[in-house]
Design a protein around this ligand. Structure first.
Ligand code: SDX
Length: 428
């Protein structure tokens, strides 16, 4: 366990209070403050800036150095040499698969990409112009109504069945959201295609003609899936863990994660970046500077979308890979001088030279360039966060599984109460 301790002295309490201090494999030590309640006090940490909510061995982030490891492997190496299905296996099981294990897992995922045919009726309850994230949130939450045969979460095999179903079906459901929006027929998944190819096929294929997969797009999609797969205890993963701590079924937990991810401060930022670049309009210094000044203005709630991060005080390593992928895809499409890419690069350059951003260590995050690639591939802006949710499903389900398998208590934070002291109801 530990021989390190922290000692707290509090005005008004005549004895000092000792707490155990634990060290992980990497990163900050933690002070175990569970004993504080017995002393009649709580810690206070709105936004959980200094709170470790759990122990985990899935992902490690060093915000100062801009390092992201998945089960110890750096994200840039994984993005260069692995693929999304292999990363799913790594996040779920903790080790890279052998060739045989990979083939078996990839085949299992392929065989579960189709959804229950009744789910088509579920989609028909939505307006055609519903935001695809609203549809996805509802449909994923409703999966427990279709797949209730393996929901004993205390059983490892049943947890795995739900994990496979979610990893496999999310691209199908995501593409169905898009097809529903544009009034085209749903495309059934194909077992002869890779994960990224299948997604593009279900998004852009139609029953009237053969759809030719663009290998550049398929590779870019797979890279984007990998870069969004997991990110430690972010807001949506913490939501999934909190929902899971009550014993809720995995589909309900993932639906909660999708809802949390939708916010523009989190996964909704990729859609918001494109809206911001659209608003900046043509690449003019004064327009860009106007947005930078808005972002710096404390009176203005506007934040520079795709910039800043709770943990990274350096470049988000995913943003570096995303920027390289962006350059590659647009180069291959002959769109190297895409106006929005030029604005984004100029915005980044100006911001990184501005004292306000330098002082606060605000750098581009994973969302800054992803939207430009997705737009170049032809994916509508309102589908950007859906793709983030699809990619992050493996992270959410890996953390959910780690928590359930490792034993847990229901999450139940306390508060600093500043409301009325007790008072009597007025006599009539
Ligand atoms: C994701 O947590 C994760 O890991 C999330 C994620 C994942 O993979 O799961 O990485 C995905 O959500 C990436 C972030 C996407 N969101 C955005 O791009 C939206 C714009 N970013 C900001 O809203 C903000 O940076 C957050 C929400 C990302 C972080 O919020 P924090 O931690 O509350 O911000 P902070 O404490 O670092 O801010 C410090 C200062 C503050 O100003 P002061 O009070 O010190 O004067 O920097 C300012 C902030 O106001 N600031 C910004 C800014 N981000 C922070 N000012 C202008 N523009 C910004 N983008």
């Amino acid at each position: 366990m530990t021989d390190k301790k922290a000692t707290l002295t509090v005005d008004g309490i005549d004895k000092s209070i000792e707490f155990p201090v634990y060290s992980g494999t990497l990163g900050q030590d933690v002070i175990d403050v569970r004993g504080l309640t017995a002393e009649g006090m709580f810690t206070y940490d709105p936004g959980f800036v200094s709170t470790a909510a759990c122990e985990s061995s899935i992902t490690f982030i060093d915000g100062q150095k801009g390092v992201l490891l998945h089960r110890g492997y750096p994200i840039d190496q994984l993005a260069k040499s692995s693929n999304y299905i292999e990363l799913c296996y790594l996040l779920l099981f903790g080790e890279l698969p052998s060739d045989e294990e990979y083939d078996k897992f990839a085949q299992l995922i392929s065989n579960h990409t189709m959804v229950h045919e009744q789910i088509v009726n579920f989609f028909k309850g939505f307006r055609r112009d519903a935001h695809p994230m609203a549809i996805l949130c509802g449909v994923v939450g409703g999966l427990a109504a279709f797949y209730h045969d393996n929901l004993n979460i205390t059983n490892e095999k049943e947890r795995y069945v739900s994990a496979v179903r979610l990893i496999a079906k999310m691209p199908t459901l995501a593409a169905m959201c898009h097809k529903y929006n544009i009034g085209q027929p749903f495309m059934y998944p194909r077992n002869d295609l890779s994960y990224g190819e299948n997604f593009l096929y279900m998004m852009f294929g139609n029953p009237c003609e053969e759809y030719k997969i663009n290998p550049v797009f398929a590779k870019a999609m797979d890279t984007i899936f990998m870069l969004h797969a997991d990110h430690e205890q972010n807001a949506s993963t913490s939501t999934v863990r909190l929902a899971g701590s009550t014993g809720a079924n995995p589909f309900a937990c993932i639906s909660a994660g999708i809802a949390a991810l939708w916010g523009p401060a989190h996964g909704g930022a990729n859609e918001a970046v494109l809206a911001m670049l659209d608003e900046i309009g043509e690449e003019s210094e004064e327009n860009i500077q106007r947005f930078i000044d808005k972002a710096k203005d404390k009176e203005d709630p506007f934040k520079l979308m795709g910039f800043g991060h709770r943990v990274y005080r350096n470049f988000d390593p995913r943003a570096k890979v995303m920027k390289e992928t962006c350059d590659e895809v647009l180069e291959q499409l002959g769109m190297a001088d895409d106006p929005q890419l030029k604005i984004a690069k100029r915005l980044e350059q100006i911001a990184l030279e501005d004292e306000y951003f330098i002082e606060r260590k605000l750098y581009p995050n994973v969302d800054f360039y992803s939207g430009i690639i997705l737009k170049a591939i032809g994916i509508p802006t309102n589908m950007f966060t859906v793709i983030f949710a699809m990619s992050r499903t493996i992270g959410w389900i890996s953390h959910w599984n780690e928590m359930i398998a490792g034993g847990h208590r229901i999450g139940r934070p306390r508060q600093l109460y500043t409301g009325h002291p007790q008072r009597d109801y007025p006599a009539k």
